[in-house]
Design a protein around this ligand. Structure first.
Ligand code: LMR
Length: 392
């Protein structure tokens, strides 16, 4: 079967981790995949998660199947997390990670929309593949202006004005991946109004809640859409903010015009989920639910998330300062304005290649640096190498 088949290309992000692991150079640094690392370069299990797991271990009574849609308690906690309140216009299904949520949304769009999804230019490397696999055509809207290193506001809104009714528009709620450039509350209100006026459906990708400003402030985009009365969806991931990467813990929330519409949406989500993965993996969702239902664990989790947020902010500043001290021509102050784990550095593909081949520093081809991978042990070396790459 495989003799005449060409090998598939490596994944631009997770493939980079594979290459990194097989690199034998002792001083190698992985700034590719968006995974938080502490100042020792470890990705720890959060204390709140460990404590929740202890509770689960003591109290779990079965490993029988989950309902197709997941546990109702999890769905309730997801809605409270993303909107601040539960909504009777919303239906939430537990999915294997944010990727599962996006794919499930893709299936719904394939069945009930124009089959066209608009993504930002640039966007997360996996978005287009997920929607193409669901049978959708993909269009791009302008988002990032390389010259100002900020939102290309005029082009962004002009493009959203032209999106036909029935199309879908994918938006990143906060910590835009890869640029770290987010919309303001006013801009979110404008986008939500446009969606209602033009009749397109937003899919909000919400993978970094708590990494921009705070759990509450970061939900501005989701709140704007809920208040607008629009039909929309939210793809949640708890990989980053609960550090549950490998537990594949996500959710798709569909918001309709009323409770009946939400029930219809739920029936189609269940039909599709049953075909895609039958029912969700329980462990991660149980951890999230246990933490969010317990005041002490919630407080501990919020403080641990805050510590991750603060370390990334300090590291951003250290990177920008380190490059400025080395006299790079580029004004790096934009790096501290970007939100989330990533710095969209402006490094070219050639410079990224140089860093990998010559310096054993791994960065995504787009020039996206995972700032959370920088530590006091590697920061100087990375600043030297990036400054050298920029001067080439
Ligand atoms: C990333 O963008 O690096 C993360 O979302 C991990 C992934 O799955 O690509």
């Amino acid at each position: 079967m495989w003799n005449n088949v060409e090998a598939a290309p490596a994944d631009p992000i997770l493939g980079l981790t594979e290459a990194f692991k097989s690199d034998s150079r002792a001083d190698k640094v992985n700034l590719g995949v968006g995974v938080y690392q502490d100042k020792e370069g470890c990705t720890p299990v959060l204390d709140a998660v460990k404590q929740a797991e202890k509770i689960l271990l003591e109290n779990e009574t079965t490993k029988s199947y989950m309902p197709i849609s997941g546990a109702t308690a999890y769905a309730a906690e997801v809605q409270k997390m993303i909107f601040g309140v539960e909504s009777n216009r919303a239906a939430t299904v537990h999915t294997p990670g944010g990727t599962g949520a996006l794919r499930l949304a893709g299936e719904l769009f394939k069945d009930f929309s124009s089959k066209t999804v608009w993504v930002s230019n640039p966007t997360w490397a996996n978005h287009k593949n997920i929607f193409a696999a669901a049978g959708l055509s993909i269009k791009e809207y302008p988002y990032y202006c390389p010259a100002t290193k900020a939102l290309d506001e005029e082009a962004f809104f002009a493009a959203l004005e032209t999106v036909p009714a029935g199309d879908c528009v994918l938006l990143h709620v906060c910590c835009h991946n890869p640029t770290g450039v987010d919309l303001s509350v006013d801009q979110w209100n404008r986008v939500a109004k446009l969606a209602v006026d033009k009749g397109w459906t937003a899919l909000l990708d919400f993978a970094y809640q708590g990494f921009s400003v705070s759990i509450e402030a970061d939900r501005a985009g989701a709140e704007a859409f809920l208040a607008s009365g629009a039909d929309f969806m939210v793809a949640s991931s708890f990989s980053k903010n609960f550090g549950l990467y490998r537990e594949r813990t996500g959710a798709l929330t569909v918001v309709g015009t009323n409770t009946d519409a939400a029930a219809v949406a739920m029936s189609h989500m269940k039909r599709n989920a049953r075909v895609l993965w039958s029912n969700p993996p329980a462990h991660g969702g149980q951890i999230v639910t246990t933490i969010l239902q317990n005041r002490e664990l919630s407080q501990l989790w919020v403080s641990e998330l805050g510590a991750m947020h603060d370390r990334i902010a300090q590291t951003r500043a250290a990177l920008a300062d380190g490059l400025a001290e080395r006299g790079v021509a580029m004004d790096c102050s934009f790096m501290t304005a970007q939100k989330g784990m990533f710095s969209f550095s402006g490094l070219t593909k050639e410079q990224v290649h140089f860093l990998k081949e010559e310096k054993a520093i791994y960065i995504v081809d787009s020039g996206r640096i995972n700032v959370a991978g920088l530590t006091s042990g590697n920061l100087d070396r990375v600043c030297n190498a990036v400054a050298e790459a920029m001067s080439r």
